[in-house]
Design a protein around this ligand. Structure first.
Ligand code: ATP
Ligand code: MG
Length: 444
């Protein structure tokens, strides 16, 4: 059993969080829980971001109300998760996550045999100490201390508008430090994805990983491949598509995470200054798209990272006498098969990557054949962004880019307002519309 610690409570007058910064839905939810006699906190990344005067991506709420009690209080509640039940409150413009305080996995050696009603152990680690299962309700303190970093373990209490700190989150935030809660070796072993989260927060929030934790992260970086490939894909998207791809790259490289995740790429970069520069330019382009509110598609991020190498590979096969498209298909298939063992790329995204690259010769043909029909293809915007990146890095000459930019500016009617689809119009209407990157903005 974890020993109880007195938290540091920072009263309203001594911190900068104002209720005006909190989403009205989150605020109403906190009040409703509180008015019904439950503890209600904002918790995790949103408290960190509010203290740093950043806009939180989402507002997470923790409470001592059990999932069933939350469901009875909120009509818009859906319970999700098979073992650890979380409540999702659905509002027209956001989904709020409300979770019951949760306990940490006990340290190695402690009894882990408690079982839930299905007779599954609630805490389970593998032989190396990685947590396989971790689902039991706990106290507010346990809930804070099971989190990854001290700055992510702060809570905002709606009862008196105070901030609660069970570890050293506030002083670490002031010193701009990312520090795992507890022993970094244990915490990175329990969940290797925390290493990726550490470098992501360092890059996106301009923070520094605490030196002793950084050393251990470097030591353990090769164990990142023990995380589930599907989860690594999700983390990869967050690393490269949220606007800090460029600053995160050196941290990935220095820590050894790049080597573990994309072995081929890391090897190619050694001693190849041109490729390194091209990659940096591509990552800057991805970040610029994100900053403009047009986050790059997963396939474009893959093309930015791996496209030049794949094109080179395809060219080598083509020189051996294989037709160009076939050579490209083969190069993409070999790459995806190897990469998917570590990071699970969905088949659909792999297909889009191949099409972005296959599009390039059509864009480079001068003058292009039936340009308006090329514009209406679904991958046109991504293919243009890739063309732009390659022209900017000097990998390809700029003639094609200039031709297409002129064409699109003179014939905006050629730009489709909707991606073409084979689905019936009725089916299409039911789908939620997503903001589509206009082709004219393909040039990043
Ligand atoms: P972002 O701004 O990217 O959403 P975040 O800190 O809110 O950052 P989330 O993935 O939304 O990140 O997670 C919410 C909170 O859950 C975190 O702040 C942290 O307290 C906790 N958390 C998330 N992932 C882990 C993990 N792997 N191990 C321990 N705690 C975690
Ligand atoms: Mg979050």
């Amino acid at each position: 059993m974890m020993k109880t610690m007195q938290p540091r409570i920072i009263p309203r007058e001594e911190h900068g969080i104002s209720r005006k910064q909190i989403s009205p839905n989150a605020l109403r939810t906190l009040y409703r829980l509180h008015d019904n006699g439950f503890i209600a906190y904002l918790a995790g990344g949103c408290v960190r971001d509010l203290l740093l005067e950043r806009t939180p991506k989402d507002f997470d709420i923790t409470t001592d109300a059990a999932p069933g009690q939350i469901k009875r209080l909120f009509r818009n509640c859906r319970l999700v998760g098979r073992r650890f039940r979380l409540a999702h409150l659905h509002f027209p413009n956001e989904i709020l996550e409300v979770s019951t305080f949760r306990a940490a996995a006990p340290p190695d050696g402690e009894k882990t045999g408690e079982t839930d009603h299905n007779q599954y152990p609630r805490h389970l680690k593998d032989e190396d100490g990685m947590v396989l299962r971790d689902n039991v309700f706990g106290t507010p303190e346990e809930d804070a201390l099971r989190r990854d970093f001290t700055i992510n373990a702060l809570a905002y209490n709606i009862a008196d508008f105070s901030v609660i700190d069970y570890s050293t989150g506030l002083s670490d935030l002031t010193q701009r430090l990312i520090r795992p809660i507890g022993d970094p070796f244990v915490r990175f072993t329990e969940d290797p994805v925390r290493m990726i989260r550490a470098v992501r927060f360092a890059a996106s929030h301009d923070l520094v990983i605490e030196p002793a934790a950084w050393e251990i992260l470097c030591e353990l970086s090769s164990t990142i491949t023990r995380a589930a490939p599907a989860r690594l894909y999700e983390e990869m998207l967050k690393l490269f598509m949220l606007g800090s791809a460029r600053p995160v790259f050196p941290l990935l490289e220095a820590s050894g995470l790049l080597d573990a995740l994309f072995l081929g790429l890391s090897k190619k970069l050694h001693g190849n200054g041109d490729l390194r520069k091209a990659l940096q330019t591509n990552l800057e382009c991805l970040d610029r798209l994100s900053r403009r509110g047009l986050p790059p598609s997963p396939a474009l991020f893959l093309a930015a990272l791996f496209g030049p190498g794949l094109e080179e590979e395809a060219l080598a096969r083509h020189r051996d006498g294989i037709p160009h498209q076939q050579a490209l298909d083969a190069a993409c298939a070999v790459f995806l098969e190897g990469f998917c063992k570590i990071v699970c790329i969905p088949g659909r995204v792999g297909g889009q990557l191949r099409r972005i690259l296959a599009f390039q010769p059509l864009l480079h043909r001068m003058p292009p054949r039936r340009p308006s029909s090329l514009v209406s293809r679904p991958d046109f915007a991504d293919a243009m962004s890739y063309l732009y990146m390659m022209a900017k890095t000097g990998e390809k000459d700029k003639t094609a880019l200039e031709w297409w930019n002129l064409f699109l500016s003179e014939a905006p009617s050629a730009i489709p307002s909707e991606p073409p689809t084979d689905e019936s119009p009725a089916k299409r209407r039911r789908k939620r519309r997503r903001r589509r990157r206009p082709a004219a903005q393909a040039a990043v």
